[in-house]
Design a protein around this ligand. Structure first.
Ligand code: TRH
Length: 379
């Protein structure tokens, strides 16, 4: 008989999330927290310093509560006074959220000391597997921090994926009425800028009938300008030439997946929506989070290289070119429209590639399970 000899997983976890801007920090932290509680049966306390942003992502979260239970997770408003004294077995600092001295001292005083994880940003760059799991001793206290890197290749932490995700997606798509098929439906989420109106212009004058579903985000003012409106809101619908645009309310985080599943192509950004679009198994366009030092260009390149390495050169080049123009804020509708046509002519290939890519990602295992395994051996 085979015995499971793996040590038990540490049960009490703290996840600390400092919302720098936008939704990605809390989006990833919340997804991880929910999954660790629901699928691994762990006790999760999630400390978030900006509950108003959290509320937009998950309306059940009440920004006025210092403590609340949602989806089996103990959510705390993280303020300087609110550091825990009874620290759990594992402490996750999401994206370098800085812990207070009081919290670090409580961790150092604990027996055994908690496993301290710095959950990093996702990157497809070559150096990631080498740095995944590296340690950094605290300069003063007897604490060791481990760097845990999400990634898209073997030897990294992988990306988040719920256990039932594929089943839910397949059931949802199966239930959908069969669509006419002659309208290309895209979802449009990004950081905004001049490339939005260039693209809308190109689509409106392009050969295909296009439907753009635009969730409320900072891209809306660009859409409003294109249609000559002072402002637009959820529920508004606009038409020009071959293009229809429908503005959607910002969806609850788990419902946003459904939008991605039903679209022919998804424009996404940052980290979490970008990962969800990969799991949607649809062609995608990535608006990477721009960094002041330009480091995002290398990351964009690293990912697009990996994503397209199985494709022939023409298709791979069309992906890279369109992503580059979209991210650099291309102002010419002709240039962006031509790049879109060069990309979208390969839509069937892009669709099969999206499916193949998700299969490759699945082989790395999901981030939450990889993280649980990682902590198990380090407590
Ligand atoms: O909001 P973002 O730009 O977050 C960014 C990135 O994480 C970036 O790496 C980080 O440095 C910066 O924050 C601080 O993009 P991201 O990561 O896609 O997060 C968006 C979240 O919003 C994601 O969890 C999906 C969710 N979402 C909804 O829940 N409903 C919606 O309707 C939409 C459009 C998104």
């Amino acid at each position: 008989m085979l015995l499971d000899t793996a040590p038990p997983a540490p049960r009490r976890w703290e996840i600390f999330c400092n919302v720098v801007d936008h939704f990605g920090d809390v989006g990833v932290s919340w997804r991880l927290a929910r999954q660790l509680a629901a699928e691994h049966g762990l006790q999760i306390r999630l400390w978030v310093d900006d509950l108003a942003t959290f509320h937009q992502l998950w309306p059940q979260v009440d920004p006025a509560q210092r403590r609340q239970w949602v989806e089996g997770v103990d959510i705390r408003h993280w303020t300087p006074e609110a550091d825990p004294s009874d620290i759990g077995d594992v402490v996750v600092e999401a994206f370098g959220s800085r812990l207070s001295d009081g919290c670090l001292e409580a961790m150092a005083a604990r027996t055994p000391r908690p496993v301290w994880i710095n959950l990093e940003y996702l990157s497809a760059e070559d150096w990631v597997p080498e740095f995944h799991g590296r340690v950094s001793p605290h300069p003063r206290l007897p604490l060791t921090k481990y760097f845990f890197f999400p990634g898209v290749t073997a030897g990294t932490g992988g990306v988040l994926r719920e256990r039932a995700l594929d089943i839910e997606r397949n059931a949802f798509l199966h239930d959908q009425e069969s669509r006419a098929g002659y309208v290309t439906t895209v979802s449009l989420f990004g950081y905004g800028g001049p490339s939005v109106s260039s693209l809308l212009d190109a689509w409106s004058g392009g050969p295909d009938t296009m439907l753009a579903l635009v969730p409320e985000s900072r891209l809306l003012p660009d859409v409003a300008r294109f249609f000559g409106q002072p402002r637009i809101q959820a529920g508004d619908r606009f038409e020009r030439g071959n293009l229809s645009v429908l503005v959607l309310p910002f969806q609850r985080q788990d419902l946003y997946d459904r939008l991605l599943w039903r679209c022919d192509c998804n424009f996404v950004r940052g980290e979490d929506s970008f990962v969800r679009a990969q799991w949607a198994e649809r062609p995608l366009v990535w608006n990477i989070y721009p960094q002041d030092n330009g480091a995002h260009w290398g990351k964009l390149h690293a990912f697009s290289q990996r994503y397209s390495e199985d494709l022939d050169d023409t298709v791979a080049a069309s992906i890279r070119e369109f992503w580059r123009l979209w991210n650099r804020g291309e102002t010419s509708a002709t240039v962006l429209g031509t790049a879109w046509q060069r990309l979208w002519i390969h839509r069937d290939t892009l669709q099969s590639q999206a499916r193949r890519w998700a299969g490759r990602l699945r082989e790395i295992g999901d981030l939450a399970s990889n993280l649980v395994d990682f902590t198990r051996s380090r407590l």
